[in-house]
Ligand binder design. Structure first.
Ligand SMILES: [Cu+2]
Length: 228
């Protein structure tokens, strides 16, 4: 009897420890103070194949310092000073099967990207402009002067063929946020409903290949794209 009680106690202590560790990991999951950034409706549009679909506009903002404020809210709640971040949200929502026009204000510095593939847009449709001037979608931006990339894939096991990646140049005015950002404007056709993950493929962190620190901390250079 004593042995049985001891066995039960051991199992309960083990379960409690697992629960505590689990809660610890859960509390590390970053949640932006402003919730999801939703794309704004902008009427309908006719695609090249003649299909009429909803048109929405999604705003992205990237900053050199995650500990700053933007429009009165933290760029990244509790953000590490000196780490860049997308904000004030890192979770975006768009409707399925729509034309999504992204307007991205990029304010961070940058440099040479390790693979020029990510300086070229992938998965976009129609014109791409940088600060109002058209750029060649098959050439993209200068790979020696990349700020960040917005690169989207579905979560594992779902819609493996969807891929979107666009780079925005470094902002020479960094770190003075009061000056004009680099404005990247591009469009893509949104995929089917589901959970997609985005990250930045410019290694703006430290450690091996620059992929440590901010690059490996959820919510700065990564987040979710909810297709609803
Ligand atoms: Cu980045």
């Amino acid at each position: 009897m004593k042995k049985t009680l001891w066995t039960i106690a051991t199992v309960l202590i083990g379960a409690a420890l697992i629960a505590v560790v689990g809660l610890g990991f859960h509390s590390q999951f970053y949640k932006a103070k402003v919730g999801w950034t939703k794309a704004q409706a902008a009427g309908t549009v006719t695609l090249a194949n003649g299909q009429v679909v909803p048109h929405v506009v999604l705003k992205l903002d990237s900053f050199p310092d995650s500990s700053g404020m933007f429009n009165g809210v933290p760029i990244h709640k509790g953000g590490n000073p000196g780490w860049p971040a997308y904000g004030p949200s890192n979770e975006y929502s768009i409707p399925a099967h729509a034309l999504v026009t992204v307007v991205w204000d990029q304010r961070d510095s940058g440099g040479q990207i390790n693979n020029p593939y990510f300086a070229i847009p992938h998965g976009t449709v129609g014109p791409i402009t940088l600060n109002g001037k058209a750029i060649n979608p098959s050439v993209g931006i200068d790979p020696s002067n990349v700020g960040h990339t917005f690169t989207v894939r579905a979560v594992p096991g779902y819609n493996p063929n969807f891929f979107l990646s666009v780079a925005a140049p470094a902002d020479g005015d960094n770190p003075d946020d009061s000056t004009a950002p680099q404005v990247m404007k591009f469009s893509f056709v949104s995929p089917s409903k589901g959970l997609y993950a985005w990250n930045c493929e410019f290694p703006c962190g430290t450690g091996i290949g620059g992929f440590g620190a901010v690059m490996g901390s959820y919510g700065y250079m990564s987040g979710y794209l909810h297709v609803v």
